[in-house]
Design a protein. Structure first.
Length: 311
């Protein structure tokens, strides 16, 4: 049994335009790292956090990583195990790319490996959802499930929890741009309408079914024309600078689809080539610079691995 481990867990794109709270996929970068040690002193302590500009709590009861690890240890009957955690943020907080999810998943994957994997990655999902509940007030799985399982994931049901890993075309690339503006997840969720018209719901679930069908059929064009959101995006896009201009630029540059990642402000496009994804990120980043907004960009295929142990 190991005494220490270092784990990387990936960022994720949740909602995937039309699949609010039920669809998500993992990307190769960015992501977070957790270093975990078994120690003699009982209880969980957070020794160090880097890359967060002092924004995250060192209090083990308030940090998503330690809180979810505590739930895990209680579940497996080792509540007094001594664990020391270092969290190294390698991705922006509040980006809409599953920042809290990546940290939580890295921590859970680390503790599970230290204890010789008593639970499967699928069985870790509910504990990761506890971390999301602490971070944004709602324990959704569309970030943590793909971060843990890798690939493209559908949450068919929350009660009971029913998660399906979906296939996807190999030639699908994701272009991500994070405009460095503040869009808190809690605030973004509160803007969403609680009631919708039936005709809008019919359109939305048709698009979700089309997107899932496109993934199974490996039909990138069907995926693209299904990725339309008439329920959430029209509201959340208000918080994102020049959203519709960025979408126009991406689509005119060959993107298959374009939308908000999670609650934003990050946006993403699917493309058929890595070169096209890189071109689109550069074009949008230049546009944001012209508006006086700095940004970070990432290009990735869909990450099938999920978390990995680092040497």
């Amino acid at each position: 049994m190991k005494d220490s481990i270092k784990v990387f867990a990936p960022a994720t794109v949740a909602n995937v335009v039309c699949g609010y709270d039920v669809l998500g996929f993992a990307v190769n970068a960015p992501g977070d790292e957790v270093v975990m040690h078994r120690v003699e002193k009982s209880g969980i302590t957070i020794k160090k956090i880097t890359g967060d500009d002092g924004r995250l709590p060192l209090d083990a009861a308030k940090n998503t990583v330690s809180a979810s690890v505590k739930h895990y240890l209680n579940h497996i009957g080792q509540p007094d195990l001594g664990i020391e955690i270092e969290l190294h943020k390698k991705m922006p907080i509040g980006s809409g790319l599953g920042s809290s999810s990546a940290s939580t998943v890295a921590g859970l994957f680390a503790i599970n490996n230290l204890l010789d994997n008593p639970l499967t990655p699928m069985e870790l999902v509910p504990f990761a959802m506890k971390g999301e509940e602490l971070a944004c007030g709602y324990g959704h799985a569309d970030n943590v499930a793909p971060a843990l399982l890798g690939g493209f994931v559908l949450i068919r049901s929350y009660e009971p929890l029913d998660i399906i890993r979906l296939p996807h075309p190999e030639g699908l690339y994701c272009a991500i741009v994070f405009p460095e503006v503040d869009v808190p997840t809690r605030d973004a969720r509160q803007m969403i309408r609680q009631k919708v018209f039936l005709k809008d719901a019919v359109t939305q679930w048709g698009n979700i079914a089309g997107l899932v069908s496109g993934l199974f059929l490996k039909d990138i064009d069907l995926i693209g024309r299904s990725m339309k959101d008439i329920l959430v995006e029209p509201v959340r896009s208000i918080l994102i600078p020049d959203f519709y201009k960025m979408r126009e630029m991406a689509m005119e540059s060959g993107a298959v689809s374009f939308g908000i990642s999670g609650s934003g402000p990050s946006v993403f496009a699917f493309t058929k080539t890595e070169a096209n994804a890189s071109f689109i990120t550069q074009k949008i980043a230049s546009h944001l610079t012209s508006l006086g907004i700095s940004s970070k960009t990432y290009v990735s295929p869909i990450n099938n691995n999920g978390p990995v142990i680092l040497d």
